[in-house]
Design a protein around this ligand. Sequence first.
Ligand code: FAD
Ligand code: SF4
Length: 398
Amino acid sequence: MTLAQSAHKKAKALRPGARRPAKELCSECGLCDTYYIHYVKEACAFLNQQFPELETQTHGRDRDLDEPLEQYFGVHHDMMAARKLEPIEGAQWTGIVSSIAIAMLTQGHVEGVVCVQNTEEDRFQPKPVIATTPEEILAARVNKPTLSPNLSVLEQVEQSGMKRLLVIGVGCQIQALRAVEKELGLEKLYVLGTPCVDNVTRTGLQKFLETTSRSPETVVHYEFMQDFRVHFKHEDGSIEKVPFFGLKTNQLKDVFAPSCMSCFDYVNGLADIVVGYMGAPFGWQWITVRNERGQEMLDIVMDQLETQPVDSKGDRHAAVQQSIPAYDKGVTLPMWAAQLMGVVIERVGPKGLEYARFSIDSHFTRNYLYVKRNHPEKLEEHVPEFAKRIVGQYKLPE
Ligand code: FAD
Ligand code: SF4
C-alpha cells in the first residue's frame, strides 16, 4: 500500500444530505460519498477544471483545438453511426452500452462493471452498483435522467480486491474518476461514457415531467431528439412528441441542476469510448472511439452491430444565435407555432454532426452566460479553452 492510499483511507465520506465542497454546483457524482473525498479539491469537475492534463493522462495528448472535429468532439481516432442488429428491449436506444458491458464481463476483460440501476420503488431513482453478472448489467439499461452518484461504489471496488474494472458514466463522474484513477489500486480501468446534458435532481425531473408531458406518471423514458422534439415513451408503448420550442422555458428555467448549467463536457472527453445518438441519423447511435481501450471495447461487439459513416448537413449558426435570447428571456411559443417551427427546422435544419454542433453550441452559450452571471469569479478558469472558442462564434447578451 502506498502512502497516498493509506492517507485517503483515513478520510471520511460525507453523510447523505451534507453540503458538498462544490456547494450548489455539486453534481452528486458520488466521490464525496467515499473516502476518496480526500482528493476532492483536485478531482471535482466543478472545483478544478483540468481537461488538457486529464486528456493527456488518458489519451496520451490533449485535444487539437485547431482541428475542427476535435475542438467539438474531443480526442478521437474513429467515429461512426451504429445500431444493434438485435436491439435490447427496454434499452435507451439499441443497447450498445449494455452490450459492450456484457461482452467485457463475459469475455473476462473485467471482473465488474460500475453502472446504475433504479430503486424498486422509483424507476428514475438511481442506484449505482458494481455488476458482476449480465443480468445485473441489463437491469441498469435505460437512462436514469437524474444526477446519479455512480462513484459512490468506489470504496467497494477497492475493498472487493477487483483489479480489472469497467465504469459506465457521464462527464462529471468520469472527470473525478480520472483524477483519482491512480489511487484505486486497479491494474486496468476501462471507461465507457455517454454524452450528457440538462440533467436534473429527482425533484427537478418531476417538475419537468409535470410541466411537459400529458401523463407524467407513465413516462418510461424520454430523449431530446434530432427532430427538435422531446419524445416521451409511455408504459403502453405510445410515443408523445413535444416540440423543443413549445417547452415552458419560463417554468423550466430553474429545473436543470446548476452543475449541468455550468458543464462544458457534453461529449465526455475523458471516456475511452462514448456512445450517444445526436451525431447520427434518427434511430441510430453515435460512437466516438478515443483511444485503444475504447477500440478494444468496440471490437468485441462489432459482430452485433451494423454501422455507417457519420454525415453532416446544414448550417447551425442562425438557429443557435436565435436560441440564445429565446432561452435567456424564457420565451414559450403557442403549441401550434412550436409544432410548425419544429416541422420547418426538421426539414431545413442541421443534420448529423451539424445537429450535434447545434446542441453543443446552444448549451455552451447558455452555460457560459449562466457561469458569467452566477459565478463570475469562476468564469476564466472553469470554462475550458475549447468551449471559449465555441462560444466566441456568437453574440451574447450582457
Ligand atoms: P443502454 O444499453 O440502455 O444503457 C444505458 C447505460 O447508461 C446504463 O449502463 C446505465 O448504467 C447508464 N446510465 C443511466 N443513467 C445514468 C446516469 N444518470 N448517469 C450515469 N450513467 C447512467 N446522448 C446524446 O447523444 N446527446 C445527449 O444530449 C444525451 N443526453 C444524455 C443525458 C443523460 C442524463 C444520459 C444518462 C445520457 C444522455 N445521452 C445523450 C446518452 C444517450 O441517451 C444514451 O444513454 C446512449 O446513447 C446509450 O444508449 P444505449 O441504448 O446504448 O444504453
Ligand atoms: Fe464531491 Fe462530486 Fe459533488 Fe464535486 S461533484 S462536490 S466531487 S460529489
